[in-house]
Write a protein that binds this ligand. Structure first.
Ligand SMILES: [Zn+2]
Length: 61
């Protein structure tokens, strides 16, 4: 059986930076393949200070 992994992307509505689950965010120590829901609540946008917990500020692509 093959496990199908679907990666999503989430865009920061403040600055337009995109978190890609497939790529992760190595600069923040987030490994490639890390699901959005597995990110720590204090994860911040790469380019601005928007927190992951500010759910209104992130939109799934
Ligand atoms: Zn941002």
């Amino acid at each position: 059986m093959e496990e199908k992994k679907e990666f999503k992307q989430y865009v920061c509505l403040e600055c337009g930076w995109i978190y890609d689950e497939e790529k992760g965010s190595p600069r923040e120590g987030i490994n490639p393949g890390t699901k959005w829901e597995d990110l720590p609540d204090d994860f911040k946008c790469h380019d601005c200070e928007v927190l992951k917990s500010d759910t209104d500020m992130w939109q799934e692509l």
